[in-house]
Design a protein around this ligand. Structure first.
Ligand code: CP
Ligand code: NVA
Length: 307
């Protein structure tokens, strides 16, 4: 059974196929209306069950549209309205029941540990729609977006400024698999997960971790950031934001990157904190395309899992 939980678990060849199929499927439906169902409906008779422990706009909508455009069905569950996690049904039993009803699950979970526990009991594939640890679907969509605009990502320089969070975790894994240079600038206190950095380095990934935002942004092909405080982040917000202030992506930072560099943000954004309006709404920003491409990558991931 093929689960899509973390980028590190998946073969380079398969990851490349997922991106290329997403690009191809986007192209083949470029003349269709937004809501049109693909004529060959490859996911007819398939049902995706989605569970959200945390809010979502893009992940929810893009998975929903991906299923609809490919002719499939979907069910969205709010964990507060089902027995999962309430203590009156075990994770095992809920997983076994969902395996009877659906063909594939997508889950957004607070704790990666709980996500893994749930996945073990399922008899159908599961996709990670974000946990505290990682957000692989987002990074796959970002790679597609980068390549659509700037060609192969291999050997390009990606700069990350800000919190060493779940998005960076998946970005580090992707740097290893897609062979791009990754420069991460963050305060010591908010460095990315040590285990994944160690793993990436053992695979000869080109990763630099620095406290200096200018060094990371220097001659980058792409500058990325994310909210300083993630959903469910149990931190002293004011203190964290103060430490992260020097890592804001603004005009000065974008000037250090290559002239034709792009700016990416997975969204939602806190304008005026990790990014200025000027950059978010500026010519180098590709944030809306990033959001759109989630649909195309999601389709490709679902099809990969079901193959
Ligand atoms: N980028 C992203 O996953 O957004 P949502 O939280 O809106 O799903
Ligand atoms: N790091 C953010 C990503 C949101 C898509 C969070 O986990 O809240």
């Amino acid at each position: 059974m093929k689960n899509f939980i973390n980028i590190a678990d998946i073969d380079k060849k398969d990851l490349r196929q997922i991106i290329d199929k997403a690009k191809l499927q986007k192209k083949t439906r470029s003349n269709l209306e937004k809501s049109a169902v693909d004529p060959n409906s490859p996911l007819a008779d398939k049902t995706l069950i989605m569970i959200f422990e945390k809010p979502s706009t893009r992940t929810r909508l893009s998975f929903e549209l991906a299923m609809k455009q490919l002719g499939g069905q979907l069910l969205v569950l709010n964990p507060k309205q089902i027995h999962y996690g309430s203590g009156d049904e075990s994770t095992h039993d809920t997983a076994k029941v969902l395996s009877q009803y659906g063909d594939i699950v997508m889950m957004r979970a607070h704790k990666h540990k709980n996500f893994l526990e749930f996945s073990k009991h399922l008899d159908i594939p599961i996709i990670n729609g974000l946990t505290n640890l990682s957000h692989p679907c987002q990074i796959m969509s970002d790679i597609m977006t980068f390549e659509e605009l700037k060609g192969p990502i291999s050997n390009k320089k990606i700069a990350w400024l800000g919190d060493g969070n779940n998005i960076v975790y998946s970005l580090i894994e992707a740097a290893t698999k897609f062979n791009f240079e990754l420069s991460i600038a963050c305060p010591t206190k908010f460095k990315p997960d040590k285990t994944i950095v160690k793993w990436a380095k053992s695979k000869n990934a080109k990763i630099l971790i620095t406290k200096n935002p200018e060094e990371a942004a220097n001659l980058a092909d792409c500058v990325m950031t994310d909210k300083w405080v993630s959903m469910g982040d149990k931190v002293k917000k004011k203190k964290k934001k103060k430490l992260l202030k020097p890592y804001q992506v603004n005009k000065k930072i974008m000037k250090l990157a290559k002239k034709d560099a792009i700016f990416m943000h997975c969204l939602p954004a806190n304008r005026g904190e990790e990014v200025t309006n000027e950059v978010m709404d500026g010519k180098q920003s590709v944030v809306w395309l990033e959001a759109l491409n989630r649909i195309h990558v999601q389709k490709s991931i679902i099809q990969w899992c079901l193959k």
